[in-house]
Design a protein around this ligand. Sequence first.
Ligand SMILES: [Zn+2]
Length: 252
Amino acid sequence: MALYRTEAIVLRTRNLGEADKILTLFTESRGKVSAVARGSRRPRNHLMGVSQPFTHSAFLIFRGRNLDSISQGTIIDAWLYLREDLLKMAYASYMVELVDRLTEEYDPNEKVYSLLVATFRQLKTDGLEMRLTRFFELNFLRLIGIEPQLERCVGCDSILTANSEKLCFSPREGGALCSACQRTRTDALPLSLGAYQVMRWLATADIARLAVLQMPKTVEAEVEEMLRNFIYFHLQRPLKSLEFLYTIRGTS
Ligand SMILES: [Zn+2]
């Protein structure tokens, strides 16, 4: 029998027939996988708990010809705070949509899996949601090979430092631009030194140390804007979860 065991996080679910759900999972061993959880919409069904969005579980999955099917599941962490706190839920929804949209099925990436688990764990701490999301974006983009280039100018490859005068950011070209190169670009966004330093710090930071970062609200908003533009350039259409996030937060 083609059975495999893996841990996974539920990225999204959709109903199938009267009582089933198709789960989109990000698994530890196989990357993104779709699998049917039969009967999981029936009360007291053994797969009901593991079929909830965000839930982290250990699964036994049957590899089907067309669609995999969940045989057993045991919850490792249901991350209750991601359901009970709407703001945390909104950030988590954004992260899982990002992973869903930017990864292919059966393309294993254990580091993306670990990043998702570590980020959800840290989301328990109040007040870190914004910076955790920026940390997640920068590290996730690096792990899938499309991170913004910050160390060198994307136009001329010159080394950029915190002393570089007047930086810009080009979502289209994929990173920061020196002052000479930005003169010939019309779509580059001005990048403050603070936002530049925060992005570089977050790209290599230890997740457990995010609370020590001093980040004014204006810089936080600027980093969000840069990465939103960068990600939008790769997706070419907006993420649905952002609308929910802005509604909950009361700002875009
Ligand atoms: Zn340049």
